[in-house]
Design a protein around this ligand. Structure first.
Ligand SMILES: [Mn+2]
Length: 276
């Protein structure tokens, strides 16, 4: 069995299928992991969702901010924005099955010596703590109270973790760490506005993975979400997979067995213009 992890697909099902062909992916033998954001902004979100769901147990993913946004909007807890490209999912005959499946996906995976999250893990959290916090969100997501998450997860405050937060704020800050973070300070205070590459980052903050005392420094971390990194080298145990496929760049796959990267042949795939 070979395990592969793919970065943010965002509805770009054709580059994905081309890449799976290139690596001779066989769902009866191999596994495909995804860093999340499988839908939105790109052209074929419905087809992507159906394709990945149909891979059955050979597919594993963590939820990204766009996946959570699909759930919140499909369930009517939030209005879609003009940039969203999710209408074909809302109107699909299998929308309930697809969203129920998505809603049961985790926020963090720790398996085969790797940890995968969509955006990051704040520097002050050990892996054990991160797994507990991820589990808190996952329990609510899968419960009859999931609207507690969907109605209250939007917003940039509180900007840092505190153990005494009221439940909805606690869920919001955990969700922001795992699915939206790029920059924070050494204590985990978030700066959620800047999407730029680290050389243009906001004063007083560093990329979440750059803090020297980061508790998960020894873990092998697979993450997506940050297209402006362009998959650059971030450290020996860091595997950034969002290479901006939806913005016309390559889709990246990591082979977990030998730590090699494979990219799609993407010279003529301009899916969307950059913007958000
Ligand atoms: Mn994202």
């Amino acid at each position: 069995m070979t395990i592969y992890a793919v970065g943010d697909i965002q509805g770009c099902v054709e580059p994905l299928q081309q890449l799976l062909e290139k690596i001779s992916f066989d769902p009866s033998r191999d596994q495909l992991w995804s860093t999340g954001d499988i839908v939105n902004r790109g052209p074929k979100s419905l087809q992507t969702l159906r394709f990945l769901k149909n891979l059955g147990p050979s597919f594993r993913m963590v939820l990204g901010n766009h996946d959570l946004h699909l759930l919140a909007t499909a369930k009517g807890h939030r209005k879609p924005t003009p940039k969203d490209t999710l209408d074909e999912i809302y109107n699909a005959p299998d929308v309930d099955e697809l969203t129920a499946w998505l809603q049961h996906q985790p926020v963090l995976i720790h398996d085969h010596g790797y940890v995968m999250i969509h955006a990051g893990i704040p520097p002050q959290w050990s892996l054990a703590i991160a797994k507990q916090r991820a589990n808190e969100v996952e329990q609510v997501l899968r419960s009859d109270d999931s609207e507690k998450l969907f109605m209250h997860m939007y917003g940039n405050t509180p900007d840092h973790w505190q153990s005494q937060l009221p439940e909805v704020e606690r869920l919001r800050v955990i969700t922001n760490y795992f699915t939206r973070m790029r920059y924070c300070d050494a204590e985990g205070k978030l700066e959620l506005n800047c999407k730029l590459a680290p050389e243009h980052g906001p004063a007083g903050f560093k990329p979440w993975y750059s803090h020297p005392q980061r508790e998960t420094a020894e873990e092998k971390l697979i993450f997506g979400h940050w297209a402006a990194l362009e998959g650059r080298y971030c450290g020996d145990r860091l595997f950034p997979l969002d290479t901006g496929c939806v913005w016309g760049k390559c889709l990246r796959i990591l082979n977990l067995n030998d730590k090699s990267y494979v990219h799609c042949d993407c010279s003529d795939q301009n899916q969307q213009k950059p913007g958000g």
